[in-house]
Ligand binder design. Structure first.
Ligand SMILES: Cc1cc2nc3c(=O)[nH]c(=O)nc-3n(C[C@H](O)[C@H](O)[C@H](O)COP(=O)(O)OP(=O)(O)OC[C@H]3O[C@@H](n4cnc5c(N)ncnc54)[C@H](O)[C@@H]3O)c2cc1C
Length: 393
């Protein structure tokens, strides 16, 4: 049966593609359908920071660690743009440094490697760091970065070549249904595919397939503005660089005893209003990626988010960036935005309109770090192997 599969996956972002990876490893016959000729949503517009260190302890931290191991394992076999460049959180005050030291002690207890750096050691690693900003830092040498504009395309190429994935780009799905015989997926040209199970990992576009479920969901959309300088190969800024604002934002630090002493009004009101938290990553061409802002709208009112980038927000980010690092050239080569869906009440949105159709989206701002580990767990949960055997009998 040429168009019959154990599993059809809709959407070739991080969630869909990693579900495909683990399903193929289980020996399933998998079809991955992507609406665009090349995926171009959140999975290609992000920083490419793969940072378990940002996750609160618990299952999502564990998914992040699984992801880290898996990224490394795939990279050892096929170049998917993973670089072992580490992550450094830079504290801007003695109180932020105290939070980092508390987190370090906690990581020692749970066996996740980290190293406290003095301000001088931070500046040795990141020469552009300003002395009047840096009070010290916490380094995670084992963490990695990816090139988001390359990662998913190379991963898809690897899955096709190594695991015989049936991948069909430029194939928008218009309908997913189930009946006694299994699931039917119809694409925009009217082509039908049948499967024992279907996974819908369509990111912010999930309203197109299940509008009623979408309308009842607690999903919201987040718009992020991003900037990149011209290539600055003379600048040395390796790995993921996270700042005092990240220490305040990331859940990893919220349980630290001193976290409660960090005062919200120490942060400029405009930065708080636009959810600005400064991160840096140097891309392979030497350009420095700077971000990001966070603007939210309920998923049903997503069109209230302006599709333009606000220059005033770019300037706010750049002003804050100049307090943190010195660059020889601050001209911006390109700006873009990205959107991710996130559940307001859960780490991820899941729904099964039929026992064989599973929607998985709304992973929020942590998808490059956690989608891989989560996908491995989710496939075990769905027990796809059993369903596949049932479908084949
Ligand atoms: C600016 C920005 C920076 C970020 N930085 C980081 C970071 O550094 N680290 C980190 O961990 N996370 C980061 N994230 C979050 C991360 O990018 C997302 O969590 C992740 O990419 C979400 O993956 P996804 O597969 O759910 O969605 P998507 O990437 O949106 O993929 C969904 C796919 O489904 C396809 N699709 C939709 N509908 C259909 C249909 N009907 N038929 C066929 N195909 C369909 C879409 O074309 C798309 O390719 C960032 C996000 C943004 C926006």
């Amino acid at each position: 049966m040429p168009n019959s599969y154990d599993l059809v996956i809709v959407g070739a972002g991080a969630l869909g593609t990693f579900h495909a990876y683990f399903a193929l490893q289980r020996g399933l016959k998998v079809l991955l359908l992507e609406k665009d000729a090349r995926p171009m949503e959140a999975t290609v517009r992000n920083f490419g920071q793969i940072i378990p260190s940002g996750m609160a302890e618990g299952e999502w931290f564990d998914y992040a660690r699984t992801s880290l191991d898996t990224y490394r394992a795939i990279q050892a076999e096929y170049d998917i743009s993973i670089r072992p460049t580490g992550s450094l959180y830079v504290a801007s005050s003695s109180l932020e440094m105290q939070v980092l030291e508390e987190k370090h002690a906690r990581y020692q207890a749970v066996g996740y490697a980290s190293r406290v750096l003095t301000a001088a050691q931070c500046r040795q690693r990141l020469p552009p760091l300003r002395a009047d900003y840096c009070a010290g830092g916490l380094l995670f040498e084992q963490e990695v970065t990816a090139e988001p504009d390359q990662l998913i395309h190379r991963l898809l190429a690897y899955l096709v070549a190594r695991w015989a994935l049936d991948y069909r780009p430029a194939t928008p799905v218009r309908e997913v249904t189930a009946n006694g015989a299994g699931c039917t997926v119809v694409d925009a040209r009217g082509q039908c595919y049948t499967a024992a199970q279907v996974l819908v990992c369509s990111g912010r576009n999930f309203n197109r397939l299940f509008p009623d479920l979408f309308a009842q969901s607690d999903l919201q959309l987040c718009k992020l503005q991003m900037l990149a300088t011209y290539p600055l190969p003379q600048v040395q800024l390796p790995g993921s660089v996270l700042t005092g604002l990240s220490i305040r934002r990331y859940h990893a630090f919220h349980a630290c005893p001193s976290f409660a002493q960090l005062r919200a009004d120490d942060v400029a009101p405009a930065l708080r209003q636009w959810g600005i938290h400064l991160l840096f990553k140097q891309a392979l061409d030497g350009s420095i990626i700077i971000g990001d802002t966070h603007e939210y709208a309920d998923a049903g009112a997503a069109d209230t988010l302006d599709f333009n980038n606000a220059e005033a927000l770019n300037q706010l980010m750049l002003d804050e960036a100049r307090r943190i690092i010195d660059l020889p050239d601050w001209r911006i080569q390109r700006t873009w935005n990205g959107y991710y869906a996130q559940s307001k009440s859960q780490e991820l949105f899941q729904a099964s309109p039929d026992p064989r159709i599973h929607i998985v989206t709304g992973i929020g701002g942590k998808g490059m770090t956690t989608a891989c580990g989560y996908a491995q767990h989710n496939l075990a949960r769905l027990d796809l192997q059993r369903h596949a055997l049932v479908a084949n009998t």
